[in-house]
Each structure stands twice: as C-alpha cells, then as structure tokens.
Design a binder for this molecule. Structure first.
Ligand code: FPP
Length: 254
C-alpha cells in the first residue's frame, strides 16, 4: 500500500494535471465510498472505526474536486439497503452527517460549497435531517462545488417514485404518454437539476453499481480502485480524473 501511495504521490503532487488536460475536467463526479468495514477489520478495529475514518476523507476529496474545477460531487453515504446492517452500525452511520457537518460546515461555506441531499427523507432520524437541512440552507447561495449527499438513496426506488408521479399526472390528465422522453423523465428523478455524472469512482475493488444512479450513469466513465475508502486521498482522486481525461467518450457514436 505504501509503495502504491508513493507512486501516486510521485506522479500527482507537483503538477497534478498538465495545462492541456485542464480543459477536460469531469463536471460531475459520483463516488461509491466502499471498504470502510474491511479497512477496520484489517486493523482489528470495530467497523464503525472504518466509517469514522472514511468520514475524514470527504474533506480532502471536496477540496481537491473544488480545486480541479469539478462542479458536482455526489457521494453515496447511505443506501436504502444499508438498513439491513446491525442497528448500532446504522445508528452510527446516520450520526456521521451531523458529526461531519458540525466540524466541516464553516469550512465548506468558506470554500463556497453548496450542500445538497438526494434520497428518501422517510425513516431518516430527525437529528440527521436537521443537520443536513441546516447545511443545505446555510450554503443555498453558494456558487462553487455542489456537494450532493446520497443519503437513504436507492436508484430503483427513485425510478419507481418517478414513474408513480408520472402515472398520477397522466391519470389527472395533466400529461400524456407522448410527453415522456429521456429529458422529461430525468426531471422526475432526485437529480432533476443536475447533469449526469461524467465519472463514477468506486473504491475497495468491488466492481458493481449497488443500486446507485442507474439511470444517470448510462454514459458515465467508470474508474475502480482496490484502495479502501479510508485510505483514499486527493492523489487517488486526481489519478481518477487524469484517467478520465484520457478516455474518449462517444455516447454510442464512433
Ligand atoms: C461502505 O463501506 C460504506 C458505507 C456504507 C458508508 C459510507 C460512509 C462514509 C464514508 C462516511 C459518510 C459520511 C458522511 C458525512 C455522510 P462498507 O461498510 O460496506 O465496507 P466493507 O464493504 O468493507 O464492509
């Protein structure tokens, strides 16, 4: 690991990206932050220690994303499937937004970051909602990086909710099936005003989407790394961006 890290460090510290590459920065980066539990296990620590350490990484990635000119950073913080975990772990995970924002909100404001939330608000504890809503409110006029927390988020749930809303409107005679297009459907999703991710990063060596942004990731570039999320840092983020910049996106064309 150390060896790997120094390699990245050597490649990506002094001049992270060359001038010619600066123009092709992914505007929206989405991250599946995975591997907290394994990180803790490797160290003989309880799983929640991995989540606590994972929380600390967010700040580094936000700073780097902002610095590189990324416009939107979406982080998968808690999925609709994560409720299946032991109660103590769920409670701990749902305390993290409050903890994180308690410490970081002033710094996020200083960096002109705008906090946003996507997910089902049902079942989220009051204290979690209060902390995130406060951050959303206090950063509402910021114009820099949009930090989009996916919290109690599941893509299939999101798509079904969109379909139900459309169904209701059709039943009420407010629209017809001819009004349904990719563009109009997107407006019913929790990302309505956001562009689709250009780049998806998943840590910890798992190669799957885990019910994350299934519609929105249709044409995104994927970058996977074996690095466990608590070990992830700004250099890995820059590495992912650099790899993205070398890829040619064709959107089905040639
Ligand atoms: C997956 O690792 C990670 C999560 C389910 C939670 C991710 C949350 C954070 C990184 C912190 C969130 C902080 C804020 C401020 C919202 P895992 O537990 O599935 O790891 P494993 O696959 O190794 O068991």
């Amino acid at each position: 690991m150390l060896e790997k890290f120094s390699k990245w460090k050597a490649n990506f510290t002094t001049n992270d990206l060359t001038t010619s590459e600066e123009s092709n920065i992914p505007k929206h980066v989405a991250i599946i932050m995975d591997g907290n539990g394994r990180w803790a296990k490797k160290k003989g620590l309880p799983r929640i220690a991995g989540h606590r350490e994972g929380m600390k990484v967010i700040n580094k990635v936000v700073r780097k994303a902002n610095e590189l000119g990324v416009e939107i950073l979406t982080l998968y913080a808690f999925s609709t499937e994560n409720w299946k975990r032991p109660k103590t772990e769920v409670e701990y995970l749902l305390k993290l937004p409050e903890r994180f924002l308690g410490i970081e909100l002033p710094k996020l404001i200083e960096q002109n970051v705008k906090v946003r939330l996507m997910g089902s608000l049902e079942n989220l504890p009051e204290h979690t909602l209060r902390a995130v809503e406060k951050a959303v409110y206090e950063t509402r006029n910021n114009t820099g990086l949009v930090l989009n927390f996916a919290l109690n988020y599941g893509s299939r749930y999101e798509i079904l909710e969109a379909m139900k809303a459309i169904g209701k409107q059709i039943q009420a005679g407010e629209m017809t099936e001819d009004d349904i297009s990719e563009e109009s459907f997107s407006q019913y999703l929790m990302t309505a005003e956001l562009r689709d991710p250009d780049l998806l990063i998943r840590t910890s060596g798992e190669i799957r989407l885990s019910n994350f942004m299934l519609w929105q990731l249709a044409y995104s570039e994927f970058w996977f790394t074996d690095v466990l999320w608590p070990d992830f840092n700004e250099h890995h983020f820059t590495e992912a961006v650099a790899v993205y910049q070398k890829r040619a996106r064709r959107y089905g064309g040639i």
